[in-house]
Structures are given as structure tokens and as C-alpha cells.
Design a protein around this ligand. Sequence first.
Ligand SMILES: [Zn+2]
Length: 354
Amino acid sequence: MSNRLIISLPVKPYAKMSVGRMTTPILGESLAKSFDGNFVMSINDLSSYDTRESSSFIELLNHYNINPNSFWIDREHIQELIEKVYLLIEKGFIREEEKELLRCECGKTEIAKDNISTINFKDSLFEIRDGKYYCKFCHSECIISKEVALVFNSRLVDKNGMLFYPYFMNKDKKTFDNTVGNNDIVISRKRDTGIIIEYNSHIYNLDIDFLWEVFLSLFSDEEKIVMCGNHQMYQLYMVGMLEKCFNKNSNTVCLATPYLESSSDEAKLENRALSLKVYSLLVMRWAKKENTFDPALLNYINTMNVEKKQMLYEILIEGVECTHDIGSDLQLVLGRKYNFQVANTELKRRRRNV
Ligand SMILES: [Zn+2]
């Protein structure tokens, strides 16, 4: 086995089949097979607000015959993660600083004024009306107050070696370098998050997302591919950047998978493990950020006989010779191998030779 680790960003567990969301486990499993490495499926079970169902998610993957080498659940590693945060304090990346914070009445919205420009408004907890900030949960206006908070100074991180795939995502990385990567990120919260950090005898509640974002440093494998959907680019950037704080020579590749449009036709893949895998691998267009649903491909795969489909899947996950350059290995597998024309031609050739 190679020392390559394919690991997902901790995902929020879900219990229902969805092509878009299941891309990550399917792709992780097949990349591990192609590279003869390990696939660790990470689960984000830590949350301040709701309890989530990791076990039904694991059952769902079982049901679709998706078998990571192991699962990593953030809730089971809180202490190790906290130790990594203390290490960041020791290394000087985290300090106390007086900041202007915007906070709503319920406390769910809590942001530093400095960080507003780095926020993705589509996923944010607040909205702006007439230049004022309102919480989407409690609808109260966010009020500014000056407070001492814990901040992570991302200017101190050497981000040159951070590599994203597909390569065009490195343009987004550059944009992040100038915003998130050139800022103090407020990582403490006034509300009770359940995670306590002590700094200079002051007690802080740590932001839960920041806690799990240090998770990559717990894995010592030499070569890592960390993956998630490209709509989670902010978290992927944070994870890549935080790993650099612990190991500035790491050559981890941050893999941002295309966003797959959903369709009610997905139901045709319900309970069809092999079809779902083959469809997911072949539908992705790596040159684009957003991928459209492909009903013709789905129908073609669904009507193939099982023996042919199994052969096609095996062609897709076959091992490749690994070089020292994970980026070009990924290019080969994602760009050339997971390609309908290429795989189907190979399938026909092999069946002729049987
Ligand atoms: Zn609120």
C-alpha cells in the first residue's frame, strides 16, 4: 500500500441518498483504490445546536456498498484537537486582541467587523438591509461592541506551498490569500460552544468550526489529498492553511469537487449501488465548477447489464502508477480515467478479447 491518504473534510451526516452529496465518499473510495492508498471519511458531528446522526450516515454508505478504510468523527477527538489549538497558541499564531464584533440577540450571529469582507453571504447566518446587519434566526439587528477576543493571525502562515485541484481553483486560492489569508480571524465566541480554551488566565469559548479545521494535523501520512465540494472552499482553504502552521513542508493537495446539479431523476439511482458509483464518477466535468445533471448517461448506465457495469467500474478504479507529483496523478485519474468515452472504449476492447 502507498502512503497516500485521501481524506474528506468532516461532512455533516445525512441519511438520504443524494448524488451531489455522495460524490465525496464515492470519489474518495475510488481514488484510494486507484492510488492504492487509504480513504478516511470524516464526519462533522460536533455542533453547538443540533445532535446529528453519524450512525445513519454510516448505514447509508454501507447500504450503497461504499467502504472507506475508516471513519473519523470529530466528536471522538475533541481533546486531541484542543491540544493542537494550544500548540497554535505556543507557536504564536493565536493571540488576544481587542476587536469590534457584531452580535445579534440570540448569539448565533457573531462576526468581527474586520472579517465581513471575507464572508460568503449565500451561506451566512445574517443578511444586510439598508446597511444594517440582521440575524436570519432571531431577526434582531446585530449590534457592534468592542471586546477582547482570541484571534488567529493568518498573515503569519506561509501559503506558497498550498496547492488546489482542479488547478483553476488556485485562482480562488489567490483571492482567499488576500482576504481570509491576510487577516485576523476571530475564533472565540461569547456564547457557550462547549469548547473552552484558556489564554493568559482568560477563559474563551472556541468556535466549533475552527476546532475541527485543525484536524489534518492529526494525520501524519506523507502525502494527503483532502477533499470536499467546491462550495466549501472557505473551509478547505482554512484546513489547508492550518495544516501549514504545523508542517510548512506539507504537500497536501486540496481537492475541490465540482458542484453537481440535482434532479428528481436521481430517484432512478435509489438502491442501485453500482449504478450510483459509475454515474457519479463519470458525470463529473473537472474543467467546470458547476456540473449539470446528465439524464442520458444515467439511463445508459441504468440499462447496462450487471456484468458489463461491474467491468466498467473495475476499469475506473484500477490502480495507476503513482509518481512523486500527486497533482499530475490526479490529473491523469480525474481528467482521463473517469471519462465516459475512454472507459467505454476500454470496456469494448476488453470484451472483444474475452
Ligand atoms: Zn440571532
